[in-house]
Design a protein around this ligand. Structure first.
Ligand SMILES: [Ca+2]
Ligand SMILES: [Ca+2]
Ligand SMILES: [Ca+2]
Ligand SMILES: [Ca+2]
Length: 397
């Protein structure tokens, strides 16, 4: 009984994605495609492959449209296409390729530099796109008048709903429709059956729901995050066998693989809403908006650009280390709390009230917190270090 169930599940999985043959050895490692601030300089794309291997010229990162607005019918169609290889470009000596963009305002000559280049690990191959335009905060294509090198990336990759696919294709895949009958299932025939797919992830928002006269949200990835699935399941179309996660009430800002994972289970990926500024974006503290939940409150450390991402397991070790490293006294206190960190791993401190409002944010003088300005009562102390966060209740007498 168990065996037949297992075979059944495997068949379902195989059938659902057999329309595009799968390859292995090249992976999407991080995607930041709709960050806070201007997308044009804050987006980040990172792939993982074989160290020093030449990147095939027919390797593409594409987005497949997933918004089913009543006024359009392009879901299932390839939108933007980034050509990753140029014949000589290789994955870095560490196996990573990063794509970032800088922006020069053509009116003022002000240059906005991406926040990643200075922290990406040595050995990474970095492709920096130099954008020129009239407004770095703009989001339309008219705000970018030129970009170089032209690999098909203008600094603002499609946000959502969209599927991001890493593929090899015999010719430029622009405009190919992988779902001609628009049912959310990749079709059995078409040019896409000649591709090799290495990775695919989707994020589906909820502004094109059927009950509001639109046609739904469409996801063709092997792992898909949706907003509020329970409420909107009738409007969500995903391919058979996809792993579907829920990200309640917010959009996904960060997609990344956990450690050296290669699969499409929830335990292989990190999906999170975040806030703050790059490169050290702060994941939501709401466990419904991060997957897995261990990443709630995680601050992306500079060291993981051009490197493997942490796993939920390694993360909890870091939290434990942080807990063991810190002691503080007195608590309750009249005004002053002294903080001892054995290994100096504390990077910042916050005092928040019981509603979660940040009252104090410290990045220096981290051995003391002064509560003089606060009324008596219960507060929380958030302690950040080494990519982890712990929270302790503190009381002012
Ligand atoms: Ca939508
Ligand atoms: Ca974008
Ligand atoms: Ca179809
Ligand atoms: Ca279509």
């Amino acid at each position: 009984m168990k065996n037949s169930l297992l075979i059944c599940m495997m068949l379902t999985f195989t059938l659902g994605f057999s329309q595009i043959p799968s390859g292995s050895g090249i992976y999407i490692n991080k995607l930041i495609l709709s960050p806070n601030g201007p997308d044009l300089t804050n987006e980040y794309i990172e792939l993982r492959g074989t160290p020093n291997a030449v990147i095939p010229t027919d390797l593409y990162l594409i987005n497949v449209e997933g918004d089913g607005e009543a006024s359009r019918d392009d879901y299932g169609e390839v939108g933007e296409v980034i050509q990753l290889g140029d014949g000589t470009r290789t994955f870095g000596s560490n196996g990573f390729l990063s794509i970032v963009a800088n922006y020069t305002d053509e009116n003022t000559s002000v240059v906005t530099t991406n926040p990643y280049s200075s922290v990406i690990a040595a050995g990474t191959t970095i492709v920096t796109i130099e954008l020129v335009g009239n407004d770095v905060t703009g989001s339309s294509s008219s705000n970018v008048s030129s970009f170089a090198p032209d690999i098909g990336y203008d600094g603002n990759f499609e946000d959502w709903s969209a599927t991001y696919m890493l593929i090899q294709a015999p010719s430029d895949p622009s405009g190919i429709d992988i779902d001609a009958n628009n049912d959310g299932i990749i079709d059995a025939t078409g040019d896409h059956t000649m591709w090799t797919r290495y990775d695919s992830v989707s994020f589906l928002d909820e502004d094109d729901l059927i009950d509001s006269g639109d046609n739904g949200e469409f996801g063709y990835g092997q792992i898909i995050v949706v907003r509020d699935l329970a409420e909107n399941s009738a409007s969500i179309f995903t391919d058979t066998g996809a792993t579907v996660l829920e990200n309640t009430g917010s959009n996904v800002h960060f997609w990344g693989r956990q450690g050296s994972s290669t699969g499409f289970a929830a335990s292989d990926w990190i999906a999170a809403s975040f806030d703050g500024t790059g490169p050290n974006w702060e994941f939501s503290g709401n466990t419904a908006r991060v997957s897995p939940a261990e990443f709630a409150g995680y601050i992306i450390p500079s060291e993981i650009y051009g490197a493997l991402n942490p796993t939920a397991a390694t993360l909890s070790v870091t939290e434990q280390e942080l807990t063991n490293d810190i002691s503080f006294y007195p608590n309750p206190t009249n005004n002053i709390i002294n903080i001892n960190s054995k290994n100096d791993i504390v990077q910042s401190l916050e005092v928040i009230d019981v509603t979660g409002k940040i009252l104090l944010d410290k990045k220096e003088n981290l051995d003391v917190v002064d509560l003089t300005q606060f009324t008596t009562g219960l507060y929380y102390l958030n302690i950040y270090g080494d990519g982890a966060k712990i929270t302790k209740a503190i009381v002012k007498k």
